[in-house]
Design a protein around this ligand. Sequence first.
Ligand code: 26M
Length: 801
Amino acid sequence: MNKTEFKQSFSQRLAEKFAMGVADASPNELYQTLGSLMTSTYSQDWQQTWTDYREAEQKQVYYFSIEFLPGKLLKSNLLNMGWLDMVTEGLAELGINLDDLAEVEPDMALGNGGLGRLASCFMDSIASMGLPGNGNGIRYEYGLFKQHFVDNYQVELPDKWLQKGNLWEIRKESKAVDVRLGGKVFMSDNDSGNLIPNYQGGVVLRAVPYDTGMVGYQNAIVNTMRLWSVEIPPEEEENYRSIEDRRTVEDLTSVLYPDDTSEDGRKLRLSQEYFFVSAGVQSILRYYKQLNRSIDTINRFIAIHINDTHPAMCVAEFMRLLVDDEQLSWERAWNLTKEVMSYTNHTIMAEALEKWPISMMGSVCPRIYQIIEEIDRRFVEEMTGVHDFDLIQRTRIIQDGQVHMAHLAIIGSHSTNGVAKLHSDLLKSVVLHDFYLLYPTRFNNKTNGIAMRRWSQLANPALSNVLDKTIGHLWREQPNDLRLLLNYVEDDRVLAALAEAKLENKKHLSTYIHEHCGIKVNPQAIFDVQIKRLHAYKRQLLNLLHIMKLYLDLKENPDLPMEPRVFIFGAKAAPSYHYAKSIIKVINEAANLINHDPMIKDKLKVIFLENYNVSLAERIIPAADVSEQISLASKEASGTSNMKLMLNGAVTIATLDGANIEIRDAVGEENIAIFGLTETEVYQYYENKNYSSLSIYQDSPIVQRVVKTLIDGTIPNIVAEGYEIFDSLIKYNDEFFVLRDFEDYCLAQESVNKAYQNKRHWSQISLRNIAHAGRFSSDDTVQRYAEDIWQIEPVFAHKND
Ligand code: 26M
């Protein structure tokens, strides 16, 4: 399609859909029109992709994830279709600004944070690499809550993202499957003497898939993200007369759980897990059986990936279908299951390692529980005599009345990977060491990556233009080409152009900040950014304490030589995470104090932007000068905002944690500000039990002065929260070593301040960060999964001309 044809089709589609002309249409109507033109165009490729996979009998991967966080799809689909420039220009000629349309689309926020966003980066990359892969998840009626600040507290509002419909999804009623929940099961022999399950009670629910096309980057490949929604099967209608009964069913896919760590043991969450696992695995087997191949070769055609432990029941569900329905022997089924399954671990935080009471699992999915018991029994039997008793007890699936989901995922798969080098090493040496002894060859690393096109071309056109003019266009497809920038590290014109692009982005963000917070910030100031979920281990508190130090220093000496700074936060706290919410309150109150203190002027501003999500990330990241990656070493599995910020030229202040280590290796020590305890030192403290935050507090006047602002009235309106945080640091011995790292952090901050004083030098550091970011492309990451774990290969893109 060319521009003229596009304009014609667009106007025609608008007339058909809304009986309107461009001048009368609202942004939403224009958005709907453009979207429908796009979906009807790529649907041919979508169908063709599927046909190609099936005809070639390609091995396919199914990425099971309880969260996906795609954000908005309009521009990313336009880019991948190769339409972005044409549509931008065509619409402009019709008097329409594409960005105004894009704004209308609600963020698809079916995830909490890093894990869900990673899944969506992978979906983009899998399609863009031409790899046969599908997403499998839940179509939540309500996405992650919307965050508002009321009286500087976080308040959660429902995210009704589907209210105006969702033009990217297709409901596929004919592909529905039934999922059984609850009831009882007992096994008996059938006529041919085979053991079969008999179910009593419980409910049968219909899982209806909604498919969304995952458009590959200009390769005519469109893969599928399949999200399941619950419905009452029409033939069961009479059993669901009351509103209450109906509601218990509808609840199943109604809301995304907003906690991203500790499992609170809710039965509904477990039901959600089984629901999407069972629906997904059943539909995979239905597809496989259409191929008319022996069930014994299914591992050559299907790979199932378990994204964190939430879908770990895939192991047992796959066994159930092979043993109960296909009547395979346990041994045959088990070998196939292990070959099909693979698992990624995303955390070492103990409270996030999922466990379910056996009574709950027995009541939600009794047959699955039985199968897990049998897997556990055979595991113990197989290991007895080979390994020592204690090791077997520590690694078995069922312990102390609970089902350990990570154990199920590891025992039932052929691959377990961490998400950054350090994290994968810690899995082997500490967190999953026992399993490493049992299965050393199953462990591997796959460092996370990011969808480069979204986080550079789409989010940062200003920078992209500079790159095009400097190193040509190839970086857009080959992110490693960003290295060519290094040739220009002494080129003043390029350095100035990079600085100019950054300033332009900072001006845009300043406008947004003014509109949303009523605060005027100086675009020439250092924009210092910490954006991620609010968590004690991520240490937003460390950032705040340093801000308070700067504040006190400035109060003492208003002429302090210091580059003006704007500290920018974006973070949601889990609604039940009291401490995290207190941190938000305190940061907001400190911001209010500092921003309105006439003595401080433009030197220091603190901005906490409401409702951090993918779209807001796309505004903040291009405007960032400094990237805060300050988790306690060993606690952040990888991080991915660190990669996005680096790609956009921010300079990182970091602990040696997660992928920060690989970022340092990429850019070199001179181009990153590293501080704080190493993971080894942290573990030494654990071992020797000799950390005392109190003695640090007592020995350091600066630490004392800063920590006291929490309780001495310096920060107003935070009596309860101030004491809560003060106590966490002093009375409860500072679990995340905030005080231990404080002074080193201040030094790192000071070095950043110094570096910024020399603008040319700063731009050079920034350039080196951009130049080395290419290695964190999720295109490469998924390629490594494809080769090492899934054993899938690209199809050759068909030509649609
Ligand atoms: C648990 C219970 C109830 C409801 C939700 C959860 C839950 C949801 C998400 C638990 C964990 C969840 O995600 C954890 C996560 O996002 N981990 C991050 O994964 C990223 C991608 O690998 C890493 O970069 C981050 O370091 C890691 O914290």
